[in-house]
Structures are given as structure tokens and as C-alpha cells.
Design a protein. Structure first.
Length: 483
């Protein structure tokens, strides 16, 4: 196993296949986060809802699965994506798609927890399948939220003519649901930057600055997963049609999918994602694991209608030394868990600077910042000698805020880079060096560029450190103590 590639502070069980984050919810001071999980990498095995909790969104406790397939009920082929809410009795309700092999559409199920979100009772079906005349070929991934006295449910869907949509349902009591029409709808559209997909899955709905903002994953039966897109919808009740100009990428890297949103937290609205793999299935099989969750991201609405993403300030609690170290030109002896900060000091000219994370024997990951072109490029072409690792060069352009003193923030954790840029854009990139640490940093170019690096510890309740997931919550600092 390539131990140095395994993350230490991202949510990731020790083995198996994980993908979509599901149903983040705050119950008292405890945050619950669920995710799609199979204990092995056999994708034919039914998926279940694995479960972690945290009091600070940095350190996570691992628990027994919260929802597992029932051999005789509507999720016997797998418990697929959805979300959770607190009902009027302060019980946690899960809404999710149940897979039954051989049925054309997944079933929309609901299950209730009486122990605060640690386990759920038998599910029941709560939404009827669409009429055949609607030509709905895919329907899945309910997202439920409260809108005043009404409960609303967004459901990802797609028609036979490749029209992607989010269907809207309404309920007074979370028990009986009625179809209220399409919330959003768009024929498949391809541009230079993204593909809107034949259907939209994993819909999430947030209210930001008084506007309804939907996040969707674009998917098709031929290409599979593609992009995560957001659209601000001030009023779609009378016109659900979406123009291409209204869609924005949520993440600009190659390895982000299946966003999951928490509408209210002490840190504002939050979004997680599935950090997909960028290596061959055979390599994942050999290592015994695939996928991880991204860090939680505080999101807000940019003036252009796109989402702005930022890391949480409490990530600094993972720093080995709070002061960090400057990178005057090069810095050796670094581990695989790092926080990076690149800022312009002094006058900013149109020069470019290049930061390379060297792994050894010619392997490196490169971040180029071009202040003249207002662009940042991530180059992983030389990041691995192993041909089973994906390469690629990814450029983020039109970064008008690039010269901001807020700087560029990066988090490295074994085989993932999450890069946060001034102005709120973010890019998730996986990379797979064959050389384990110690690694080194090299900074060249712009004489006023300044880089500081912090080595980070892993979560002190990581499954790789405890040997197995925990069976229940443990004590740690409270939400309120984090400010």
C-alpha cells in the first residue's frame, strides 16, 4: 500500500470505496456527516451510509454505519444519496434514494432516528414515481429543506431527450409529498468549460443573500460524472428555464463531485464534496481504498452569482507550529500534510512566480501564478512516475482579485491539493507521487512573492490511528469554544 498517499486529516475510512457526502446536520453542538460507502472496492456490493461526527469540523469520530440496506425493503440494492433535517419534534429525518436492482427508477425513502442521528429505523417510500408521460429516465438524490411553514424537496432528474432538471416537491409534515413542478430545467449544453449533463443529480439548495442557490452535479449515462455547477435562482416559480450564462463551476479542479450542503452552522453555510480519484482502479484496488471527502468550505455568493468558497479558520488547530516557516527559495524536510500560503509582498508587477512541491527523483507538483494574466495554473504532469496516475494542466483565469493580500491558500494531505484563491474560487486536484516524504518546496520567479508553510497533524481520532472506527462520540472542544 502507498501509505504516504493516504490522507490524515480528510474524512477517509481505512479501507473501502467512499464517494458522495450526505446529509450534514448539526444536532446540538455535534455535527453529523454521512457518506456513501462500501467496505470493499466491489462496486456491485450495496452502498450504505457511513457516519462521522465532530464538534469542530476538524477532528472527526468514526462510527458504525447509520443506514444500511434492508434485505426486504426499498433500499435492498443500496442506500444512495440524500440529506437529513431536524423535524418539528427535533428528530433527525433522513431522505435518500433506495436502489432496487431491476427497477427503472430509484425509490425516494425516508427514515427517522430516535438517537440523535446515530442510527435510523426502517425506511418508507414517500414520493410516487413520475407518470410515464413525463419521460423521466433518472430520478434520485432528494434534498429537503424548510421554507417558512412548508417543507420542500429538490430531486435530481433527467428526461429521455437529455433535459436535466431539478424537480420540486412540497409537504406540510414531511410525510405526504406533492409534486410542485420543475424548480430548474435545462436542455443539455456543452461549452469549453463544462457540460451541463443529460441529468442533474445530488441537488443541494442554499439561501445566500436572500437568493435561492442550487448546486447540481452534471451526469450522463455515457460520460458518467462530470461537473458540479451552481445557479442563483431569485424566482424560478414562474420560469424554471436555466440559461447557460447563469451556471457557474463550484470547483475548478479535476477531482470534485457530489457536493453536500449544510445550510446553517456557526460558520455560515458549508459545502463538502467527494474528492474523486485520479489514478487507475487497479491501483486503488491494490491499495484497498478509493475516494475521500474534501474539507468543509464556507460558501457565500459572489457578485457575479457564482459561489465563493473559503477554508475554515479552525484548520489552524492542526498546525504543528503556529508560526510556520518561510520559503525563501527552497525548503527541505517536509511531510505529506501541509498548509501553504502564498502572498504578494511589496509592489506587485506583472511577473509570474512558480511554486513546486518536489517529491524526489524528478516528481513534482507545480503551481504557477501569473499576476499579469490574472491566472493560476496547476500542473501535475510530472507529479508521478507511475503511468496509472492522471496527468493534466489546469488553468484558472480571469482572477481579478489575484493581487489581494489575502493570498492563495493550499492544503496538501497525502494525495490531495485543495487550493483556495482570492475572490473565492477553489480547485481540488489529486496527485500520486511514488516517492514518500521527506518532500521539499521551491519558489522561483516574482521577487515579491512570499510563501509560508505549516506542517499539519492528522486528526487525533483518525481511523488509521485508532485502528478501527469508533463506536460512539468522544469528548473534544465544543463548537462555542472555537468562536
Amino acid at each position: 500500500m502507498s501509505e504516504h498517499l493516504f490522507p490524515k486529516y480528510h474524512v477517509r475510512p481505512p479501507t473501502g470505496y467512499m464517494n458522495d457526502p450526505n446529509g450534514p446536520i448539526l444536532v446540538g453542538d455535534l455535527a453529523h456527516l454521512y457518506y456513501q460507502y462500501r467496505p470493499t472496492l466491489d462496486l456491485a456490493s450495496p452502498v450504505l451510509w457511513a457516519h462521522v461526527t465532530s464538534t469542530d469540523l476538524v477532528h472527526w469520530d468514526y462510527h458504525r454505519p447509520a443506514i444500511t440496506p434492508h434485505p426486504q425493503l426499498g433500499d435492498r440494492g443500496g442506500c444512495w444519496s440524500g440529506n437529513t433535517v431536524l423535524d418539528d419534534s427535533s428528530l433527525v429525518r433522513a431522505f435518500y434514494s433506495g436502489n432496487v436492482i431491476g427497477e427503472p427508477l430509484q425509490r425516494t425513502l425516508s427514515a427517522t432516528s430516535s438517537d440523535g442521528g446515530f442510527s435510523f429505523a426502517r425506511p418508507r417510500e414517500v414520493v410516487e414515481s413520475p407518470a410515464a408521460v413525463e419521460n423521466i429516465e433518472v430520478l434520485r438524490d432528494p434534498f429537503v429543506w424548510r421554507d417558512g411553514p412548508i417543507w420542500r424537496m429538490a430531486m435530481g432528474a433527467g428526461t429521455s431527450d437529455e433535459t436535466a432538471m431539478v424537480r420540486l416537491y412540497e409537504s406540510d409534515d414531511l410525510e405526504t409529498w406533492a409534486y410542485a413542478g420543475p424548480l430548474l430545467r435545462m436542455p443539455r449544453t456543452r461549452t469549453d468549460g463544462w457540460d451541463s449533463g443529460a441529468m442533474w443529480e445530488c441537488p443541494q439548495v442554499l439561501v445566500l443573500d436572500g437568493q435561492l442557490v442550487a448546486i447540481v452535479g452534471s451526469w450522463s449515462p455515457t460520460e458518467g460524472i462530470m461537473n458540479v455547477l451552481s445557479v442563483a435562482a431569485p424566482d424560478r416559480s414562474t420560469n424554471p428555464e436555466v440559461e447557460a450564462s447563469a451556471l457557474h463551476l463550484v470547483d475548478h479542479g479535476p477531482n470534485f463531485y457530489a457536493a453536500s450542503a449544510l445550510g446553517h452552522s456557526p460558520y455560515g453555510p458549508l459545502v463538502w464534496g467527494w474528492a474523486t480519484e485520479g489514478r487507475s482502479p487497479e491501483w486503488c484496488q491494490a491499495d484497498g481504498w478509493s475516494g475521500m471527502l474534501t474539507l468543509p468550505r464556507a460558501v457565500s455568493l459572489r457578485p457575479d452569482g457564482a459561489l465563493s468558497s473559503a477554508p475554515l479558520a479552525q484548520m489552524s488547530t492542526l498546525r504543528v507550529e503556529q508560526s510556520g516557516r518561510a520559503v525563501p527559495g527552497s525548503l527541505d524536510g517536509l511531510g505529506a500534510q501541509l498548509e501553504l500560503l502564498m502572498t504578494p509582498l511589496g509592489p506587485v508587477t506583472d511577473d509570474a512566480c512558480v511554486l513546486r512541491l518536489h517529491f524526489g527523483q524528478g516528481e513534482y507538483l507545480e503551481i504557477s501564478v501569473d499576476y499579469g494574466a490574472n491566472s493560476v495554473t496547476i500542473d501535475r504532469e510530472q507529479a508521478s512516475h507511475d503511468p496509472r496516475a492522471d496527468g493534466g494542466v489546469f488553468t484558472l483565469s480571469d482572477l481579478d482579485e489575484l493581487r489581494s493580500t489575502d493570498g492563495i491558500v493550499g492544503f496538501v494531505d497525502g494525495s490531495i491539493l485543495e487550493l483556495f484563491l482570492p475572490g473565492g474560487r477553489v480547485a481540488t486536484t489529486r496527485f500520486y507521487p511514488t516517492n514518500p516524504p521527506p518532500w521539499s518546496l521551491e519558489l522561483t520567479g516574482h521577487k515579491h512573492a512570499h510563501v509560508r508553510v505549516w506542517e499539519l497533524t492528522g486528526s487525533d481520532r483518525s481511523p488509521h490511528q485508532t485502528g478501527r472506527p469508533g463506536d460512539g462520540p468522544t469528548s473534544s472542544d465544543s463548537w462555542t469554544s472555537q468562536g
